[in-house]
Design a protein around this ligand. Structure first.
Ligand code: FES
Length: 253
């Protein structure tokens, strides 16, 4: 028996849909959180101070470069380094989906009318810069080394080993950023995506094991993306408050 063609109603116009659920909640929350982070990070980048306190260094200014002696207006330690993690986040496969929906609304959600329907061109022309993600990954991996070194340094108070609340927060931040970076789609490709046959490749068994682990992490990449973003901001805020004297760091031992 021939299959009968089913014609679904077509929706046109921004926000038009046949969906009955709260489809707008996801893009709306995404917009709020991403916009808040961008505003906060921009403020901190131009503020140009309160990046460190005792053995603590803010992740927004790590690795730290002294810029005061340069005498160039608006160049701060944070402005020097933020383009690298910024590019990594901006070109992230997950964040692309998030801001294409919540900021560009092309479309804002599945089965919901978007801006300029019918004009979808894919990631071409100017959007080709998204291909920089794999290169941004190499910098992100390098930055992890600096950040874990910052955690190590946060455990030393005037030459004595110890731990403060700030050390714990910095350690949490390193963990979240590591999970985000190692669950990256480009990292998954790097460790195992270019291989036709693991059994015929040098270190094939090891690479297959790594690829399997990264694949497990990759399933939760979206969760790591959000958690790490929020924890980075919280870590910087905590160090800023300690540096400004608004709060006193709690020494655990
Ligand atoms: S895909 Fe998200 S960090 Fe690479």
């Amino acid at each position: 028996m021939a299959n009968k063609a089913v014609h679904l109603p077509v929706v046109h116009g921004l926000g038009q849909t046949l969906r009955k659920d709260n489809w707008w909640a996801g893009p709306f929350v995404t917009f709020l959180v991403l916009a808040s982070f961008v505003v906060y990070a921009t403020f901190r980048a131009f503020e140009g101070r309160l990046y460190m306190s005792g053995p603590y260094l803010s992740p927004l200014a790590s690795p730290y470069f002294e810029t005061a002696s340069l005498g160039i207006p608006f160049v701060t330690p944070a402005i020097l380094i933020l383009p690298f993690p910024g590019l990594f986040r901006f070109t992230c496969y997950y964040y692309r989906k998030a801001y294409y929906r919540s900021f560009a609304m092309t479309p804002p959600a599945c089965a919901v009318g978007g801006r300029s329907p019918g004009n979808y061109n894919g990631e071409r022309k100017l959007l080709l810069f998204q291909n920089l993600h794999r290169f941004a990954l190499y910098f992100a991996l390098l930055f992890l080394v600096f950040l874990w070194h910052d955690f190590y340094k946060s455990l030393w108070f005037d030459g004595h080993f110890g731990m403060g609340l700030g050390s714990l927060i910095i350690g949490l931040n390193c963990t979240c950023l590591s999970l985000y970076t190692f669950s990256c789609h480009s990292f998954r490709h790097l460790v195992g995506g270019v291989i036709d046959s693991y059994s015929e490749t040098p270190f094939g068994a090891l690479r297959h094991k790594m690829w399997s682990r990264v694949s497990q992490l990759n399933v939760n990449h979206m969760a790591f993306a959000w958690t790490s973003l929020i924890v980075v901001a919280m870590t910087d805020l905590y160090i800023r408050m300690v540096a400004s004297g608004a709060v006193t760091d709690m020494r655990l031992f």
